[in-house]
Design a protein around this ligand. Sequence first.
Ligand SMILES: [Zn+2]
Length: 369
Amino acid sequence: MAVTYELIKRCSKTGARAGRLYTPHGVFDTPIFMPVGTQATVKAMSPDELKAMGAGIILSNTYHLYLRPGHDLVAEAGGLHKFMQWDRGILTDSGGFQVFSLGPLRKITEDGVTFRSHIDGSKHFLSPEKATEVQMALGSDIIMAFDECVPFPADHEYARESTERTTRWAERCREAHTRNDQALFGIVQGGMYKDLRAMSAKDLVSLDFPGYAIGGLSVGEPKTLMYEMLEHTVPLLPENKPRYLMGVGTPDCLVEGVMRGIDMFDCVFPTRVARNGTVMTTHGRLVVKNAEFARDFRPIDPECGCYACKNFSRAYIRHLLKTEEIFGLRLTTTHNLHFLLNFMREMRNSILEDRFLAFQEEFWAHYRK
Ligand SMILES: [Zn+2]
């Protein structure tokens, strides 16, 4: 088995749980946040820096790597781990999300999706088999089934047809997948419809994947609706397999997701906003680029132990961002990733000590929405 999950501790009051994932590239503790490295790099960070902040697994995007530099080239380089010099875990998405986001540039059939590259307009075809082949060439530890992320809002009929197709595609991915050092996760869809979420979960669980993602959430719906969908879906998934909530990575959603039994998260948000001068703290977001911080000589977050917070002031970081110095966005990225990884570790400790509910209450007492 490529990837195995060990459930270590269940919270006695909520659905939260602490576990461990064993992969061919190391072991990591869950719940975990996975930094996103779209183009085989977590923007502005070196692999050593990511390791120093305790990142156990990162996410990379199949669509982008398929177009540039091409999965054949990555395979020739010895696989994605070797190509980017990252010897810990890698999860790749299937490319479905990006391809479906192309709007008028793509056409869906039962067979797969024809699309035009956002880079040069060239024509390509991605199918369950192709997405699996590309991810096998990349050599990531966890690969995802090719799915359609049901847009929000979507009517019931469209959501049902799409969700049923996603299940048929998941079966085809399983057929096409031959690398036993990789785990292929199924993705539960179903839009914002409880009956479709239940159908999707049941059908995918019968296909017996080594892990399950919940997709199609955090796509513009109110957060309360996302939590409702999680509450409805997570209990339908097997307890002895990891559960991954796709595209979610703000502190409030991480706490609420963990509370409902999620083990893995990823999101471009923390690194993307960092480059625009927004940082995350236990008290909420701070736009460090704002004029109010021009003479603020305190660290970004006095409670944070990251390299940026231990050494530099808000005023200095603001100055770097205003003058478009590369070091500025390296510092904000360092802080945001360190902050989230540490936040997950603290949350995990609270589960191990069975005080997660108190952790959650303490978090909400300080966090400004
Ligand atoms: Zn910091």
